[in-house]
Design a protein around this ligand. Sequence first.
Ligand SMILES: Cc1cc2nc3c(=O)[nH]c(=O)nc-3n(C[C@H](O)[C@H](O)[C@H](O)COP(=O)(O)O)c2cc1C
Length: 138
Amino acid sequence: MADEGSLIIYFSLTGNTKSAAEKLQKKTGAAIYQLQPEKPYPTDYNGIVAAGEKEKDNQIHPKLGGNLPDFNQYSKIYVGYPTWWSQPPMIIHSLFEQGNFTGKEVVAFSTSASTPLADTVDVIQKLAKENGATFVVE
Ligand SMILES: Cc1cc2nc3c(=O)[nH]c(=O)nc-3n(C[C@H](O)[C@H](O)[C@H](O)COP(=O)(O)O)c2cc1C
């Protein structure tokens, strides 16, 4: 059944999380939105690692590019990201700062080489709670 009350927001640089998000979209019928930074990340792997590490070490929350969808019509927000150093990338912090998550249910999904989703969940749970949302496990 189409799930019109849900929105999938994901961040993906090399396509893995994008394809997971698209599978989830097919399954749920939710709306889907790809998170973009205002300043694009490098396209080569070493460049991505260097940029990501700089953000992580300095707790830089990069500015989002474009406008987030209006959250009003959604009750559930799926948040998808690649696992970076066993954590969500810093841009996920930017998402929680910019989006109005009050009263929403947040469901996290992640892709990684091997780190389990569970390792990243503490951060998402904290971000959800701080922003008035409930973290749910599906
Ligand atoms: C900066 C960086 C850090 C990463 N850290 C981890 C990690 O801690 N554990 C892991 O299993 N994979 C790690 N990976 C691998 C990515 O999580 C994995 O390739 C992911 O599926 C990429 O998603 P994307 O294609 O949507 O960008 C890292 C990749 C990058 C670029």
